[in-house]
Design a protein around this ligand. Structure first.
Ligand code: 16C
Length: 257
């Protein structure tokens, strides 16, 4: 009986460190799957306008305002050679390397480690003159999903970031910063070109198809023209810098499928 109780304790302990048992889990699961679906929809319909194009990267926006605030949704697609979707999403999720590629950040704090695939972040972003400085409070979740092509090859990976509340976070009302409201996802699919004569797969055989979607509500007054000018500069800068960073990090490492 003692052994049974011990085993039960271990099972309870192991399960309690899974994000499935967290109060946020239902929302995390729902929003992540919604974002996955949304990312997979093309840009042919739905009034997407292209605003940036460089090499394989294309960025689209839809001009939208809520209560006079610019909330333009963004959708970007990119193709990166030599890396997998798992690698791409791993670096996008991993807080240890965020400062290496995220150029809009001033400070980042992990408020809660929900599980190894889910973290709650408080980020303070650089100020954009003449608007007030912003912070962002959001959960971030990484997972793999079966590939749409129904193959037994590498799975598709997603990281989803979504605004939330947290006991440990400072109140945003009367606070020093205005809190933005965000929903962001990065979805990455790996294409493996089979090597000739059954040779081993190398990085030359890999292509990663990246889709990045973002909806940010500035949460308070910000001049519309300045805001649009800032994101048109910052989103391409981010995606180029981030994908280059991942490529450089991975090139001499074993492939993480
Ligand atoms: O997705 C990205 N990064 C993730 C990890 O950090 C996470 C971040 C979301 C970004 C939240 C933005 C908060 C407002 C930033 C203020 C602008 C700073 C510009 C500094 C310029 C010197 O999901 C990659 C994010 C790439 C961000 C592109 C910038 C988007 C600007 C949108 C404008 C928001 C309102 C600003 C009010 C003036």
């Amino acid at each position: 009986e003692a052994a049974f109780k011990e085993r039960l304790k271990t099972i309870i302990l192991l399960n309690s460190t899974k994000s499935e048992n967290h109060p946020l889990w239902t929302e995390i699961d729902r929003v992540t799957l919604e974002q996955l679906h949304y990312a997979k929809l093309g840009v042919g319909e739905g009034g997407w306008d292209i605003f940036a194009e460089e090499g394989e990267m294309r960025m689209y926006k839809r001009e939208q305002e809520i209560d006079g605030r610019v909330v333009d949704p963004l959708k970007a697609v990119h193709t990166v050679k030599g890396v997998t979707g798992h690698e791409m999403c791993h670096y996008f999720f991993n807080p240890d390397v965020r400062m290496e590629w995220e150029t809009t950040l001033e400070q980042m704090t992990i408020l809660e480690s929900v599980s190894e695939d889910t973290l709650v972040f408080l980020q303070i972003h650089k100020r954009v003159w003449p608007a007030a400085q912003r912070d962002a409070l959001f959960w971030s979740h990484i997972r793999s999903v079966p590939d749409a092509r129904d193959s037994d090859g590498p799975r598709t990976w997603i990281v989803c970031n979504h605004s939330t509340d947290h006991d440990k976070a400072p109140e945003c009302k009367n606070g020093k910063y205005i809190r933005v409201d965000l929903t962001v996802c990065m979805v990455c699919q790996t294409i493996v070109e089979p090597p000739k004569n059954g040779a081993e797969v190398t990085r030359d055989n890999l292509t990663c198809k990246v889709t990045y979607c973002s909806e940010i509500n500035p949460g308070g007054w910000a001049p519309a023209a300045a805001l649009r000018a800032v994101y048109k500069r910052e989103y391409p800068k981010f995606l180029k810098k981030f994908t280059h960073y991942v490529y450089e990090q991975c090139k001499n490492k074993p492939i993480l499928f």
